[in-house]
Design a protein around this ligand. Structure first.
Ligand code: NAD
Ligand code: TDX
Length: 332
């Protein structure tokens, strides 16, 4: 594929994907991004100019989307409102971007008959009990909990319907929690790393028993490229790296990695409707498409992420004070 249109390419995972594609293929990438509070043009610094186009625009704007889709060989769709806590305060942008934006893209790829890959989340499956031996698979029923995850579930169902009803050439992937460079300081791991840098005690929601299945953003990128190149049209692939950890263990690891006592954190108000546990079974992606993750050691992946935030304060500093001020008003 020579030309990729990447929506949300100035966000956390989208920017990691753009860097990955430019380093590992010959493709030209055009990013379409609205540069919401979560988008940062600087996350694409270092990508050679001749390999990258950047369009500042909204995926729910049919005029912009149509002309960009017409010029692309394939579309990889990362753009979304992505933060559960924000979706509990103000759900509307989640509907506008995650539902109407995805609909607008689907109509364009249908019109121009272009390959489409839709990025989604394991949160569409709801949550698991801590002691449940089952993990999510491609056939787990949808059961989303939050406004965020319900709009992601809705967008997945739109993609499936456009495949079945209109023959759109689409694949879907549902990935577990990502960590790595360029993640907004509102999210769990970067929030705590930058808190420690600022001398603020990390904040754990509730008892901290909730389990997330961590994967490095670089491994998510390699999986998406694998599906784009070799995935079967109309199919869904789960992406995960066997990285289950509870939040308490992650906070303690951040603290000790950064040279602080493991107990130096605060318990704060829990998230309403807080999903207990996510866990991905990525057997299909591994056996059918031959994908394997490279960052299998969470401790060293976390240590390099800590180093990235220490070395890139200019990237995150402008968002930090406002993000913490918002959490304080929420009792978190
Ligand atoms: P992010 O919030 O860091 O980035 C989202 C990007 O989309 C930003 O650059 C933002 O400006 C852009 N955007 C938002 N609304 C837009 C619109 N209307 N038009 C154009 N651009 C718009 O999100 P992320 O964490 O990088 O997540 C990317 C995708 O991956 C999302 O679809 C998310 O659901 C999915 N996902 C995320 C995770 C995770 O752990 N972060 C895990 C699984 C799946
Ligand atoms: O300060 C915090 N303290 C805390 O204990 C924050 C910000 C979070 N948490 C907890 C809540 C979750 O159990 O940490 C866990 C991770 O929280 P988030 O980083 O907000 O991620 P999560 O809600 O799990 O969703 C993420 O993974 C799936 C992404 O934000 C989604 O976009 C993705 O779909």
């Amino acid at each position: 594929m020579k030309t990729l249109l990447v929506t949300g390419g100035a966000g956390f995972i989208g920017s990691n994907f753009v860097h990955y594609v430019v380093e590992n293929t010959d493709a030209h990438v055009t990013v379409l991004d609205k540069l919401t509070y979560a988008g940062n043009r600087a996350s694409l610094d270092g990508v050679p100019k001749e390999r990258l186009g950047f369009v500042h625009g909204d995926i729910a704007d049919p005029a912009v989307v149509n002309s960009l889709v017409a010029d692309a060989d394939a579309v990889v769709h990362f753009a979304a409102e992505s933060h559960n806590d924000n979706s509990l305060q103000d759900p509307r942008p989640f509907l506008d971007t995650n539902i109407m934006g995805t609909y607008t893209l689907l109509e364009a790829v249908r019109r121009h008959d272009k390959r489409f890959h839709h990025i989604s989340t394991d949160e569409v499956y709801g949550d698991l009990e801590l002691d449940d031996p089952q993990r999510f698979t491609e056939s787990t029923p949808y059961n989303p909990s939050s406004p965020y995850s319900s709009t992601k579930a809705g967008s997945d169902l739109l993609v499936r319907a456009w495949v079945r009803s209109f023959g759109v050439q689409a694949t879907i992937s549902n990935c577990s929690n990502n960590y790595g460079p360029y993640q907004h300081v509102e999210k769990f791991i970067p929030r705590q790393i930058t808190n420690v840098i600022d001398g603020i005690r990390p904040k754990l929601y509730g008892a901290g028993e909730n389990v997330r299945d961590w994967i490095h953003a670089n491994d998510h990128s390699s999986a998406v490229l694998t599906i784009l190149e070799r995935g079967q049209i109309g199919e869904t692939y789960l992406i995960g790296a066997d990285g289950e950890k509870n939040n308490k263990d992650v906070v303690e690891l951040i603290l000790t990695t950064m040279g602080e006592p493991a107990a130096g954190y605060d318990h704060v108000l829990d998230r309403p409707g807080h999903d207990l546990r996510y866990a991905i079974d990525s057997t299909r992606l591994r056996t059918e498409l031959g994908w394997t993750p490279k960052f299998s050691d969470f401790e060293s992946g976390l240590a390099s992420t800590v180093e990235w935030y220490r070395n890139n304060e200019a990237w995150w500093r402008p968002q930090k004070a406002a993000t913490e001020a918002k959490y304080v008003t929420q009792g978190q």
